[in-house]
Design a binder for this molecule. Structure first.
Ligand SMILES: Nc1ncnc2c1ncn2[C@@H]1O[C@H](COP(=O)(O)OP(=O)(O)OP(=O)(O)O)[C@@H](O)[C@H]1O
Ligand SMILES: C[C@H](N)[C@H](N)CCCCCC(=O)O
Ligand SMILES: [Mg+2]
Length: 213
């Protein structure tokens, strides 16, 4: 099964929340899936949650090769520590995980165009991985713009967008939250592979698995 990258319309869109449900669901279907967090900023909670969802025995460092202490974009966080994001370390850790698992889910950091180094964005690193992309839309007023911009940016890099997961982070149903999905479906040709309500603790991954092949 193909590895893939999970990006989001923004930080806090629910990339980790959705990724953990996906890893769990794939593993329940017998796919030896594991989550990977190349870069964590501020804390390693994403990596801990992905480790909990995945196979036994992975260390945090195997699953999260770069951890920076400041809760900012990786480029700023690295500058504040007089260091740089070590993309070679990321690549080595990813290859090691990919060599021992059927499917590696790579969780991004913040949104698609987040700076990770001078002249480098997360999207540049994603393009170098050349993996298909799953977009998590944090459903709220403003998500349409963020989603269409992200989808256009993914396409502009010649990368495949597997599909969209609509994620209702909060238990709020204003007009925007109710109508956003129809707008995205009308203005984009990327399939919606699932929708999560607030607090949902399982995700049907059949449509995603079909897309992953
Ligand atoms: N469907 C949901 N139901 C309940 N809580 C949710 C849902 N989606 C996200 N959350 C919560 O919202 C917060 C942000 O979600 P999450 O950490 O997954 O975002 P993220 O996109 O991974 O952020 P980051 O850019 O920091 O990686 C978390 O506390 C998470 O538990
Ligand atoms: C620290 C936070 N949890 C994320 N990991 C990083 C978010 C970076 C956002 C940068 C930006 O788009 O302004
Ligand atoms: Mg996260």
């Amino acid at each position: 099964m193909r590895n893939f990258i999970v990006t989001g319309t923004d930080t806090e869109a629910g990339k980790t929340y959705v990724s953990c449900l996906i890893v769990k669901a794939l593993r329940e279907r017998g796919v030896n899936a594991a989550g990977f967090k190349p870069v964590a900023c501020g804390d390693r909670q994403d990596a801990r949650l992905l480790r909990e969802a995945g196979p036994e025995g992975l260390t945090l460092d195997e699953l999260n090769p770069v951890f920076l202490k400041n809760a900012t974009c990786p480029y700023v966080a690295a500058k504040l520590e007089n260091t740089q994001v070590d993309e070679d370390a990321i690549r080595r850790a990813y290859e090691a995980l990919a060599a021992t698992h059927d499917c590696v889910l790579v969780e991004g950091v913040g949104g698609w165009e987040v700076p990770i180094a001078a002249g480098r964005r997360f999207s540049d690193m994603a393009a170098d991985f050349h993996l298909p992309i799953l977009l998590v839309i944090g459903n709220k007023l403003g998500a349409i713009n963020h989603a269409l911009l992200t989808l256009d940016a993914i396409k502009a890099r010649g990368l495949e967008c597997l599909g969209i997961i609509f994620n209702n982070v909060k238990d709020e149903w204003d007009t925007a939250c109710v109508t956003n999905r129809s707008m995205i479906e009308e203005f984009s040709d990327v399939p919606v592979l699932g929708e999560l309500i607030h607090g949902q603790d399982s995700l049907d991954v059949d449509a995603l698995m079909d897309r992953l092949g």
